[in-house]
Design a protein around this ligand. Structure first.
Ligand code: THU
Length: 133
């Protein structure tokens, strides 16, 4: 699957975000090496700390299905679901993805299907702590 299509799936997933507290909606689409896509949205909570990011919803859903090998993840976000800038994954999500994604995982931050930045998890989390440690 190409990056444009993955970004499109992240945008679709963002529509399910539950964000009554921050109003900031995020969508993520994670592509496995086998070609499956797992999507996620952020889900907030009245007591705040149980809030979970879109990236981890996608990642944990994939792992729940037995997936361990990933190619890339696309992320979109914006206040009220309006994407005005690139949304980078938070530190907790970088660490969570590192477990199975490792430094080679491709990470795409997008404004839309035609405007996105491509980097790697190794660039976003240098000297990351993973299973090898
Ligand atoms: N959020 C994500 O879903 N992913 C990130 O990488 C950054 C932050 C969510 C969490 C919270 O619901 C909202 O964005 C504002 O922080």
């Amino acid at each position: 699957m190409d990056s444009r299509e993955l970004v499109s799936k992240a945008c679709e997933a963002m529509k399910s975000a539950y964000t009554p507290y921050s109003g900031f909606k995020v969508g993520a689409a994670l592509l496995t090496k086998g070609g499956k896509v797992y999507t996620g949205c952020n889900i907030e909570n009245a007591s705040y700390t149980p809030t979970i990011c879109a990236e981890r919803v996608a990642f944990f859903s994939a792992v729940r299905d037995g997936e361990r090998d990933f190619c890339k993840i696309a992320i979109v976000g914006g206040k009220g679901g309006v994407i005005a800038s690139f949304t980078y994954p938070c530190g907790v999500c970088r660490q969570a993805l590192y477990e199975f994604g490792g430094p080679k995982l491709t990470v795409i931050m997008a404004k839309d299907e035609n405007d996105y930045i491509v980097t790697t998890l190794g660039d976003l989390l240098p000297y990351g702590f993973g299973p090898a440690n």
